[in-house]
Design a protein around this ligand. Structure first.
Ligand SMILES: Cc1cc2nc3c(=O)[nH]c(=O)nc-3n(C[C@H](O)[C@H](O)[C@H](O)COP(=O)(O)OP(=O)(O)OC[C@H]3O[C@@H](n4cnc5c(N)ncnc54)[C@H](O)[C@@H]3O)c2cc1C
Length: 392
């Protein structure tokens, strides 16, 4: 992917925004276990970064996904993943299906304020009993005249305690067809029957609030449904593509930062009469890790190119890229941490936060094993596709 001067301008403006509005507060927000989303998001909205790919008529910039990729790469340079994840939920997880399939009135009521940063959103798919296996979610919405009545619960919801509305996946039909019985519904969190559980105490992404959400006889109008009834699973699988491109790009920036901070630290730490970085074993290892990151970045950008073009292999490439970054999230920060010695075991070391934060990349938004299943199916190696691939 070749970036233009316009991409560079966007990159610089996000960099400045991060430096002025976010970076000075990161440590305090990490400590508090939450950040003030209703204060920060309007600033991001005014800067235009909450609607980069969204249509101009709803306040977006109407740009293609290459600009979102630049945005994800830069937002990933925030020195904690809690903030980048929370912002990415608003741009690439809770709103893509609404922008693509929502009715005009739904977009006016919920998409426009999300792009302006006047509200905070969540994507509510996972449940206590269903994370990887999305098709087996149990939350239901039954019709009652012009309303749906929703019952169930959602787990691990990012922005959960601050959210104004949820993009909620639930069952609107019978269990017999788990891929055709679901719908995505916009649920305002101030609707009677919605209650938010206690903020969860997490290993990483400390500055982002994550919570369970309970829905007890929650009545929302049928017009809050995004697109067609029964198409929610399909819409969510499409929505996951932007989530995975975003997550891969932004986590990779944080993973690369592990190498940068380790080079800095080992350059300043003297042992055996010279900086640790002068040890061939260390500088060559960091070089090798950077090669891995560059290869993953190239794969991500290729996946984004195919996604923009609407190519049939976009899901395959996106899943591969998400998998690769997930793998690097497990290996690169861990390898780097080693070179910090005892300092690498201290909670407040920069490498420790990266080590904790990036561990989620191979779990959230589709675990690496799930990515492998998708990839194996697409390549025709999975039992479900092997016979058709053979005959094809
Ligand atoms: C901090 C945080 C924020 C999150 N934010 C959100 C959010 O905003 N909205 C939301 O809906 N969800 C959110 N999630 C949930 C997240 O997407 C799920 O945790 C993830 O999809 C994995 O689901 P699970 O935890 O139920 O793991 P499980 O499905 O129980 O899987 C456990 C492990 O089993 C393995 N596994 C799973 N399936 C297979 C398979 N087919 N073959 C082989 N191995 C397999 C994988 O290693 C996986 O990690 C968040 C989670 C966390 C921790």
């Amino acid at each position: 992917m070749r970036f233009t001067p316009e991409h560079e301008l966007l990159r610089q403006s996000i960099k400045r925004l991060v430096e002025t509005e976010i970076a000075p507060h990161v440590d305090a927000w990490e400590e508090e276990g939450i950040f003030p989303a209703h204060e920060l998001f309007p600033k991001l909205g005014r800067a235009g970064i909450l609607g980069i790919t969204k249509p101009v008529e709803y306040g977006g910039q109407g740009l293609d996904y290459s600009y979102s990729l630049v945005y994800a790469e830069e937002i990933g340079r925030i020195k904690c993943s809690g903030l980048s994840t929370a912002i990415g939920v608003q741009t690439d997880m809770a709103t893509p299906a609404l922008a693509r399939y929502g009715s005009e009135s739904l977009k006016r009521e919920f998409l426009v304020p999300a792009i302006a940063g006047e509200c905070v959103t969540s994507i509510a798919v996972s449940e206590v009993g269903a994370g990887s296996d999305v098709a087996s979610i149990k939350t239901t919405a039954r019709r009652d005249g012009d309303d749906y009545i929703i019952n169930g619960s959602k787990m691990w919801i990012t922005n959960g305690t601050q959210s104004d509305w949820l993009c909620l996946l639930c069952n609107t039909g019978s269990d017999n067809a788990p891929h055709r019985n679901k719908s995505l519904i916009v649920v305002p969190t101030n609707t009677p029957g919605v209650s938010i559980g206690k903020r969860l105490n997490k290993l990483g992404a400390r500055s982002s609030d994550t919570a369970p959400i309970y829905l007890d006889e929650v009545r929302v109008p049928v017009r809050h449904r995004i697109g067609e009834e029964g198409m929610g699973f399909i819409y969510q699988m499409q929505q996951f593509q932007e989530e995975r491109l975003f997550a891969g790009s932004k986590y990779l920036s944080q993973i690369e930062d592990a190498i940068t901070v380790t080079a800095e630290y080992t350059a300043s730490r003297v042992a055996f009469g010279k900086p640790l970085l002068d040890q061939q074993m260390i500088h060559c290892k960091l070089a090798e890790l950077q090669i891995e990151c560059n290869a993953a970045r190239a794969l991500l950008r290729e996946a984004a190119e195919h996604y923009i073009a609407g190519d049939a292999d976009a899901t395959l490439l996106t899943s591969m890229a998400k998998f690769k970054v997930g793998q690097l999230g497990q290996t690169v920060p861990s390898a780097c941490l080693q070179f910090w010695g005892g300092q690498g075991f201290m909670w407040d070391s920069p490498i420790t936060r990266i080590f904790r934060d990036t561990r989620l990349c191979s779990i959230g938004g589709g675990a690496n094993e799930v990515m492998l299943q998708i990839i194996a199916k697409d390549l025709g190696y999975h039992p479900a596709t092997r016979s058709s691939a053979r005959s094809g």
